[in-house]
Design a protein around this ligand. Structure first.
Ligand SMILES: *[C@@H]1O[C@H](CO)[C@@H](O)[C@H](O)[C@H]1NC(C)=O
Ligand SMILES: *[C@@H]1O[C@H](CO)[C@@H](O)[C@H](O)[C@H]1NC(C)=O
Ligand SMILES: *[C@@H]1O[C@H](CO)[C@@H](O)[C@H](O)[C@H]1NC(C)=O
Ligand SMILES: *[C@@H]1O[C@H](CO)[C@@H](O)[C@H](O)[C@H]1NC(C)=O
Ligand SMILES: *[C@@H]1O[C@H](CO)[C@@H](O)[C@H](O)[C@H]1NC(C)=O
Ligand SMILES: *[C@@H]1O[C@H](CO)[C@@H](O)[C@H](O)[C@H]1NC(C)=O
Length: 351
């Protein structure tokens, strides 16, 4: 199945970047249209015990959706037990999750009347029930979607998603992991349903990533939605929360020119010392610090800033600047000027 994805211009200015963080995180109106529904052709009879159990399962799931992003539940005694689950992508707010699941419950009843098994997929959630106990079984029998409008030759999307496929199974309790690289126009997630073990989650994600590699990686935007796990990459921002611990944002700017070959001085060592001093001082002094290192031609100026609204300012600021300092050196090796933006801080230096 193919789908059109809208274009989004790469964000480049810092102000647009801030605007994006603060306004996109509060973004509320989502579109809950089903992408696909799979309905078993085997039917239960109306007013049967199974029918009662299914309704009761759906009520339980509906109630859970006000407080959980992901759950699996059963209803009723054998042989009429109904097994069911839903999950919302881990970046969703609880309100949006609840709205998605409520819509899904209505739609699954309409789309799959009296089916003994059904699954319905949305952009942001999935709902599933069955008369068979499927809990713990990684079901990869899903489908892929691609952006048919644009291709890419970059290997980065697969690299980033491969990393998420490694990390998501260990990210308890949701088994959800996302990444946003704004400057690269690269947004991605991986997630499993809650009934899977970490091992099952890993197996599920590995299989659907192989499916994507076999069909879809030339497209600039793709996903694979299986009953038990999802992966998704887009060149456009689709993640709903770039603020939580589950998402990291990075953007770097590197000058094109290197540090001048210097008279015996080690620019890397000097830069590392500058960055470590910025990290120390900025987190100690109210989230802002500028300083310089070296003399004359070898002087490097540096600046660090942390966001003003951090909860635990000193620690958050310090750990953010630590990460940013590490990245700026890796992202801009030996460059004479560079800036690294993180969600909670930024750091900049120049000769
Ligand atoms: C961002 O994170 C802070 C705490 O780290 C939290 O209080 C706030 O609700 C979060 N905002 C969003 C939109 O998730
Ligand atoms: C199911 O029960 C309802 C009310 O309890 C009744 O109106 C309806 O006719 C029943 N349907 C069948 C197929 O028995
Ligand atoms: C993308 O690549 C596929 C083949 O890999 C080709 O069929 C398709 O026309 C290309 N689409 C665009 C928009 O270039
Ligand atoms: C969820 O699934 C796991 C097995 O995968 C199972 O042990 C657990 O009991 C299930 N939870 C509920 C509430 O049914
Ligand atoms: C410069 O310093 C860095 C870090 O301190 C070190 O890894 C590197 O080997 C040094 N390079 C030279 C040429 O001395
Ligand atoms: C920090 O920047 C100000 C100018 O905004 C400058 O006067 C000051 O000397 C700088 N501090 C250091 C330590 O470089």
């Amino acid at each position: 199945m193919a789908r059109l994805l809208h274009h989004f211009k790469a964000l480049s200015s810092f102000f647009f970047f801030l605007f994006y963080i603060y306004h996109n995180t509060a973004m509320a109106t989502l579109n809950f249209k089903p992408i696909k529904a799979n309905c078993a052709t085997t039917k239960y009879t109306e007013n049967s015990t199974f029918s009662t159990n299914r309704n009761s399962l759906l009520s339980t799931l509906k109630a859970k959706s006000s407080s959980s992003l992901s759950t699996n539940q059963t209803s009723g005694e054998a042989p009429a037990t109904v097994f069911g689950l839903y999950f919302c992508t881990g970046d969703l707010s609880q309100d949006n999750c609840q709205a998605c699941i409520q819509t899904a419950i209505k739609d699954i009843v309409d789309s799959c009347p009296s089916s003994k098994q059904a699954i319905i997929w949305y952009d942001y959630c999935e709902l599933r029930y069955s008369d068979v106990n499927f809990f713990g079984v990684p079901d990869t029998n899903g489908f892929s979607m691609i952006n048919i409008n644009e291709n890419t030759t970059s290997s980065r999307p697969v690299e980033v998603v491969s990393q998420l496929v490694q990390e998501a199974p260990l990210a308890q309790p949701l088994m959800f992991k996302s990444q946003a690289f704004i400057s690269e126009s690269l947004y991605a997630l991986a997630q499993c349903s809650s009934d899977l073990s970490s091992k099952g989650c890993g197996d599920c994600l590995t299989t659907i990533l192989a499916n994507i590699k076999a069909c879809c990686t030339s497209a600039k935007g793709w996903r694979f939605l299986a009953p038990s796990c999802w992966i998704r990459y887009e060149a456009t921002p689709f993640l709903q929360n770039l603020n939580g611990t589950s998402t990291s944002i990075t953007q770097s700017y590197c000058s094109s020119h290197d540090f001048p070959a210097s008279n015996g001085l080690n620019a890397t060592a000097q830069l590392e010392s500058l960055l470590s001093s910025l990290t120390e001082q900025a987190s100690a002094f109210n989230g802002f610090y500028n300083t310089s290192e070296g003399e004359g031609m070898n002087k490097i100026y540096g600046l660090a800033l942390c966001r003003g609204d951090l909860q635990n300012k000193k620690d958050d600021c310090q750990s953010c600047l630590k990460d940013a300092s590490k990245s700026i050196v890796e992202d801009c090796p030996n460059k004479a000027q560079a800036t690294e933006w993180y969600e909670k801080c930024f750091v900049r230096y120049s000769n």
